[in-house]
Design a protein around this ligand. Structure first.
Ligand SMILES: NC(=O)c1ccc[n+]([C@@H]2O[C@H](COP(=O)([O-])OP(=O)(O)OC[C@H]3O[C@@H](n4cnc5c(N)ncnc54)[C@H](O)[C@@H]3O)[C@@H](O)[C@H]2O)c1
Length: 278
């Protein structure tokens, strides 16, 4: 592959993807809204661009084979704040990608697209959209956008419904954890599978307590190796309150299923920013 574009390159997940993506292409164009991302890998360039601005996104797509679209505001916010980066930003990536002849987009969707489903339902990749927030609604919008560009224009996309790719420090994560090792495998399979059409897959490790079913995405060849069960004994001993009327405990979206629309979900969580440094 000649060129891959990575959006959200300054973010936490982006920091773990840059090096493995370079192994798959001649040239990696990393982009984000921040001024710069510091040291670059060989064959990597950085371009500052706002996802909400078509005039800044379109030039990045020239000559690109694939886009790995991870840029977004990553929390629940008032709709107006998400509209530019998370909704219009997705449209800009798809439309500019299509015009430039991009073959495939690999998108960081989220469990929050289906966050109001109960964990006990063990939903598959064909579960109906049940967003828990405006943030989740933007993921639903982008999944539908991807489906439409495949149906109408033949542009492929793989939508990675990531559960929680962060250090395991709560009992929800015993089911929802996606390790960085498995994230890299997931993105690699989404890129190197010869034909994908429109596909959805959950981004989750091989956890004993995973609350979702990836069997219909088996053709992508994603076989996660890590299992959050190694953290179970300690976390279960620490966390004692169980409230079956609490959507934050019962629903796929966890704290996002509980917060009011427009209110931060991340504020209820303790996400460690262990970004990878070069
Ligand atoms: N971390 C998780 O557990 C998780 C779970 C589900 C989905 N995701 C998705 O994965 C992706 C990456 O998440 P992350 O945890 O690395 O978050 P992050 O906040 O660390 O990274 C997101 C990046 O997007 C950039 N960005 C924001 N607005 C932008 C704009 N207008 N133009 C260009 N860039 C902009 C930010 O500067 C940031 O560097 C996101 O799309 C997120 O929704 C993450």
């Amino acid at each position: 592959m000649t060129k891959i574009v990575l959006t959200g390159a300054a973010g936490r997940l982006g920091s773990y993807l840059r090096e493995p993506l370079l192994a798959l292409c001649d040239e990696l164009v990393s982009t984000d809204i921040v001024e710069d991302i510091g040291k670059l890998y060989p064959r990597e360039t950085y371009v500052k661009a706002d996802l909400a601005r078509m005039d800044q996104i379109a030039p990045l797509m020239e000559g690109a084979d694939m886009v790995v679209h991870f840029g977004a505001i990553v929390d629940e916010k008032p709709f107006e704040e998400l509209l530019g980066p998370n909704f219009i930003g997705s449209y800009n990536v798809w439309e500019a990608g299509y015009k430039a002849g991009v073959r495939r987009i690999v998108y960081a969707s989220s469990i929050h697209a289906v966050g109001m489903h109960l964990k006990s339902e063990f939903i598959g990749t064909d579960a109906e959209h049940r967003p828990d927030t405006f943030y989740g609604l933007a993921k639903c919008f982008t999944e539908d956008l991807g489906r439409m560009y495949w149906d109408k224009r033949g542009m492929e996309s793989v939508h990675l419904r990531i559960l929680s790719c962060a250090q395991v420090n709560n009992t929800r994560a015993l089911g929802s954890w996606l390790s960085y090792t498995d994230l890299i495998q997931l993105v690699t399979r989404a890129i190197d599978t010869p034909s994908v059409g429109f596909a959805i897959i959950y981004g989750v490790s091989n956890n004993d307590r995973a609350p979702v079913d990836n069997s219909k995405a088996s053709f992508l060849g994603y076989r996660p190796v890590d299992n959050a069960e190694i953290f179970a004994a300690q976390l279960l001993a620490e966390e004692t309150t169980v409230d079956t009327s609490d959507p934050g405990q019962m629903c796929q979206g966890g704290p996002f299923a509980k917060v009011d629309l427009g209110q931060s979900g991340l504020a209820q969580m303790n996400v460690v920013n262990d970004k990878k440094e070069i």
